[in-house]
Design a protein around this ligand. Structure first.
Ligand code: GAR
Length: 191
C-alpha cells in the first residue's frame, strides 16, 4: 500500500497532530506524516513531532507583510516536503483563497463544534449559551470560507447541566483524536 504523504499544520499543543502521527506509524494506515509546520515557533506540538522523528518547520507569521506572503512561503515548504494532503490541527490562521485554491480538496480541518453550528471561536461557550443538548466536533474540507467546507465526519457528545466551557473542551478533545484519525483515513483511501 502506498502511503499518502501528509503534512500537519498546528499552532499549539498538537494533541490532534500526535494522534494522527501515532496512527500513521501503523503499517496499515494510509498516510505518512512528512512534515509538521507551525506558525507559532514555540508551539509545544513542534517538539512533540520532532520527538517522533518527523521533520518540523517553524514558520513565524509575524514578520510577514500580509497573509499572502506567509501563505506563499508555507506553500513552498509544503511542496518541498512532498505533501499531497494537509491536515489543519489546531492551526489558528485563516488561509488565503489563493492557498486554498492551490490545494483544492486536499486540506482538511478539525473544528470543535457540530458544523454548520458555531464556526469560528469560543464554540464550547456558544453551545452552552444556546442551551444545546448535544455538542461535538467535525472534520471537514477547507474552502475559502471559514469552517464551511463539506463535512467528512462528525461526532456528538451529550451536554450535561454541570458542563462548563472547560469540561466541554476536554470531552470534545477526547473524541476529536479518534475522529480525525478515521476521517484522514477515509480521505486518503478515497483518493
Ligand atoms: C482542538 O480542539 C481543535 O478542534 C481546535 O483547537 C484545538 C487544538 O488542540 N481547533 C480550532 O478551534 C480551529 N478553529 P490540539 O493542538 O491539542 O490538537
Amino acid at each position: 500500500m502506498r502511503k499518502v504523504p501528509t503534512a500537519i499544520l498546528i499552532s499549539g499543543r498538537g494533541s490532534n497532530m500526535l494522534a494522527l502521527a501515532k496512527a500513521a506509524q501503523s503499517p496499515d494506515y494510509p498516510c505518512q506524516i512528512v512534515m509538521v509546520a507551525s506558525n507559532v515557533p514555540e508551539a509545544e506540538g513542534l517538539q512533540r513531532a520532532a520527538d517522533l522523528g518527523i521533520p518540523v518547520q517553524a514558520l513565524d507569521h509575524t514578520p510577514f507583510e500580509d497573509r499572502e506572503a506567509f501563505d506563499q512561503i508555507l506553500h513552498h515548504k509544503l511542496q518541498e516536503s512532498g505533501a499531497e494532503l494537509i491536515c489543519c490541527a489546531g492551526f489558528m490562521r485563516i488561509l488565503t483563497p489563493w492557498f486554498v485554491d492551490q490545494w483544492k480538496n486536499k486540506i482538511i480541518n478539525i473544528h470543535p463544534s457540530l458544523l454548520p453550528k458555531y464556526k469560528g471561536l469560543n464554540t464550547h461557550q456558544r453551545a452552552l449559551d444556546a442551551g444545546d443538548r448535544f455538542h461535538g466536533c467535525s472534520v471537514h474540507f477547507v474552502t475559502a470560507d471559514l469552517d464551511s467546507g463539506d463535512v467528512i465526519l462528525q461526532k456528538k457528545i451529550k451536554v450535561t447541566p454541570r458542563d462548563t466551557a472547560e469540561t466541554l473542551a476536554q470531552k470534545v478533545l477526547k473524541i476529536e483524536h479518534p475522529l480525525y484519525v478515521e476521517a484522514l483515513r477515509k480521505v486518503a483511501e478515497s483518493r
